[in-house]
Structure formats: structure tokens, C-alpha cells
Design a protein around this ligand. Structure first.
Ligand code: ZN
Ligand code: ZN
Length: 377
């Protein structure tokens, strides 16, 4: 209500306020929507003809080998209740301590640098493999809406040394990030080795054809002295309304002397044991431990299942991923690590929990972990 001004002025003020009120959301919506079609990747129409030959593609979509629902039936009420109480607990109470990555010019026999969430740089038998690199601010099709980083990136992408391959596990935004891909096209010369279908997203984003290698489960690609194996995972895919048009996977990185398993994003599944028997044992496993919920148990392992998977794979050192950086579920921020350490102690599994950006050289011994997360949780 405007008091003490003429009706003409009042009308003008109301018009201006209305225009401003309308302009702000319009600008916001415009910004939120900017770039969305590009970041959503290739359409189903473009993807389908390329992937129909896979034995894991049936009735128009990729399928898990075990029956998998993304949401438990009838859990919408629980979801809303959990969402109300859990969103704030998933955020650390003070800044997450970061380490500026110190990367040697020569790659080590066995080392890993974790950048947060599922992004890591592996050094295996003198070669480097970058996995699920996400340097963007939000894991969302929009630049202004969607889950935002809980800590900054520990170091610039441009400071990474040249890698031998970039591995992608699947096309969800927290694993495949358009701004990061564009920067890697400029900064690196390595191929992107990806599950079936994801190549079409990459080509659409300017990755040259000779830098795209697409594999089905059990497919392999040699790079340097390493064999990269696309391994079965239990998950789903999609960057828009359409689902499961591209494949999801874990990865085996096998050198002549060391072997690493990168889980990506997966529920617990029986094929871990077969992968362990065929490609293990593994000197190091990177397995997802966060973003679990009783509402979606089939597609994200909880920490206890991750320890079981590590055992099935024949893993030695366990490095937890898929936590700390984005709030994607309703559990408290550090709960994945507390539960993981308890389960690992019961099974006598050695766990390393680096700070984001910290490089661990595992060539000679397993570094001991000091608790840095409780103070900020
Ligand atoms: Zn995912
Ligand atoms: Zn994920």
C-alpha cells in the first residue's frame, strides 16, 4: 500500500513494482534455462539406433541383469517426510578442508588423488586415468538451480598433467559434466572411454570422433600399458525426462603390475564376485558409499554393502567415493564414512579417506587416515 501520493504516481509505482516483480523471475528463469538443451545431451531419437545391438538393450532401453526399481513402490510419503528432515543434515557445518593437489610429472606405480564425489585421478603402473571428472558448480542441467557444491574444487582442471584416458561411469550430472568435458577437450588429448550411448552426448558437445571409445559391459580398450574393462553395474541413466537410453558401468583399470576397480555409481549386485574372479584381485577399489536411502536401495549401495562388494571383488585398499561434495540424499553429511569405518573394522578391510585434493601414494604402503570429517560434520 502506497500512502500520501497522487493516484497517478501510485499507479505508476504499482506498474513499476509489477514490472520488476515479473522481470526478476523472468530473468531467473531465463538464466536457469540457459544452456539446458545442450547439457541434457543427445535425444532418445539420436541414441536409439546406435545402441539397439547390445544384449543389455531390450524393449527400447538398457536393463540391469537383476530386477531393479529406482524407487521403492509406495514410498512417496516417506520420501516427503525424509526430504523435510534430512536436507539440512546433508550439509557440513563448517568448511571442508581441502588439499591443493600435488601431482608429480611421472605417474606412480599406484596412487590416487580424490577431488570429491566420484572424481579421481588414478596412477597405475606409470599411467594416468581420470575418472568421472566433475569440476562444475552444480550437478544439474541448469547453471542456477540444482545441487550445488559443498566445497570448492581443490585445484584447477587445467593443472592436471596429461592423462592416458578419461573414464565415465554413466551420464548422470554428478558423473558427466558438460563444462568439464568442454575444458578437457581443450586441455587434454586423451580418449573418453565410456559405456554405450554416452559417445553421442560427447560428439554433440564437440568431442572429436577419434577421442570417443564406447564399450558394452565386458568390452575392453587398451591404452598405454593399461587394459580398461567396462564392467557391469546396477544403476540407471538419463539427463532429462527419458531414462536408460545410455548404458551405465563400473571400470576395471588393469596394468601389468597393479589393478584398480572404479565403481562409479551402483547398487549392490551379484556380478561383483564374477568381476573379482575374472579381473581381480584389486590393489585398490573406489566404491560409492553415499546418497543411499531405504527408498532406493537397488541403485545406490549403503556403506555396509560397499564393504561386501569390496570383499566380493577381492579388494585390498578401499577408497570411498560418492560422498562429501554434493547433497543428493537425506542422510547426515559424514554418516557414510562413520558407517563405512565401522563395517570395514568388522571385516578387517583397510580404508583410506583422503581430503578432497589429497594424493595418496599406495605403491609401498597404505597411508593411515586421520579423522578430518567429524570436526566439520
Ligand atoms: Zn547415477
Ligand atoms: Zn551419482
Amino acid at each position: 500500500m502506497l500512502v500520501g501520493v497522487s493516484p497517478t504516481l501510485r499507479r505508476a509505482a504499482v506498474r513499476a513494482a509489477t514490472a520488476a516483480a515479473l522481470a526478476v523471475p523472468a530473468a531467473l528463469i531465463g538464466r536457469a534455462a540457459w544452456g539446458i538443451p545442450a547439457s541434457m545431451g543427445a535425444s532418445r531419437r539420436r541414441l536409439r539406433p546406435l545402441v539397439t545391438g547390445s544384449p543389455h538393450f531390450s524393449e527400447g532401453k538398457f536393463c540391469n541383469t537383476v530386477a531393479t526399481t529406482t524407487m521403492q513402490p509406495g514410498s512417496t510419503g516417506d520420501f516427503v517426510r525424509e526430504a523435510r528432515k534430512g536436507r539440512r543434515a546433508g550439509v557440513p557445518s563448517s568448511p571442508v578442508p581441502l588439499v591443493t593437489p600435488q601431482l608429480p610429472t611421472e605417474a606412480a606405480e599406484l596412487a590416487v588423488t580424490w577431488f570429491g564425489h566420484a572424481s579421481a585421478l588414478l596412477e597405475v603402473d606409470g599411467h594416468r586415468v581420470l575418472v568421472d571428472p566433475v569440476w562444475g558448480e552444480r550437478v544439474s542441467p541448469s547453471a542456477v538451480v540444482g545441487p550445488k557444491r559443498l566445497h570448492p574444487v581443490p585445484g584447477p582442471l587445467e593443472e592436471l598433467p596429461q592423462v592416458d584416458a578419461v573414464l565415465i561411469s554413466h551420464d548422470h550430472y554428478d558423473h558427466l559434466d558438460l563444462p568439464t568435458v568442454r575444458r578437457l577437450v581443450r586441455e587434454q588429448t586423451a580418449p573418453f572411454v565410456v559405456p554405450l550411448g554416452i559417445g553421442e552426448h560427447l560428439r554433440g558437445w564437440g568431442v572429436p570422433e577419434d577421442r570417443v571409445v564406447e564399450l558394452d559391459w565386458d568390452g575392453t580398450h587398451r591404452v598405454g600399458g593399461l587394459t580398461l574393462v567396462c564392467a557391469e553395474a546396477r544403476h540407471f541413466s538419463g539427463r532429462g525426462l527419458s531414462r536408460d537410453d545410455t548404458l551405465w558401468s563400473s571400470w576395471v583399470v588393469a596394468g601389468p603390475r597393479h589393478r584398480v576397480f572404479f565403481g562409479g555409481d551402483t547398487g549392490y549386485h551379484p556380478a561383483f564376485a564374477a568381476i573379482g574372479a575374472q579381473h581381480g584381485p584389486f590393489d585398490l577399489t573406489l566404491l560409492p558409499v553415499g546418497a543411499y536411502s531405504p527408498q532406493w536401495p537397488a541403485i545406490h549401495m549403503d556403506p555396509e554393502e560397499a564393504v561386501r562388494a569390496h570383499g566380493d571383488l577381492g579388494g585390498d585398499v578401499f577408497l570411498p567415493i560418492h560422498w562429501a561434495t554434493f547433497n543428493l540424499a537425506f542422510h547426515p553429511w559424514a554418516e557414510p564414512i562413520d558407517r563405512l569405518l565401522a563395517a570395514a573394522a568388522r571385516s578387517e578391510v583397510s580404508v583410506v579417506v583422503p581430503r578432497p585434493g589429497e594424493r595418496l601414494d599406495l605403491s609401498t604402503s597404505t597411508p593411515t587416515t586421520t579423522d578430518w570429517w567429524t570436526a566439520v560434520s
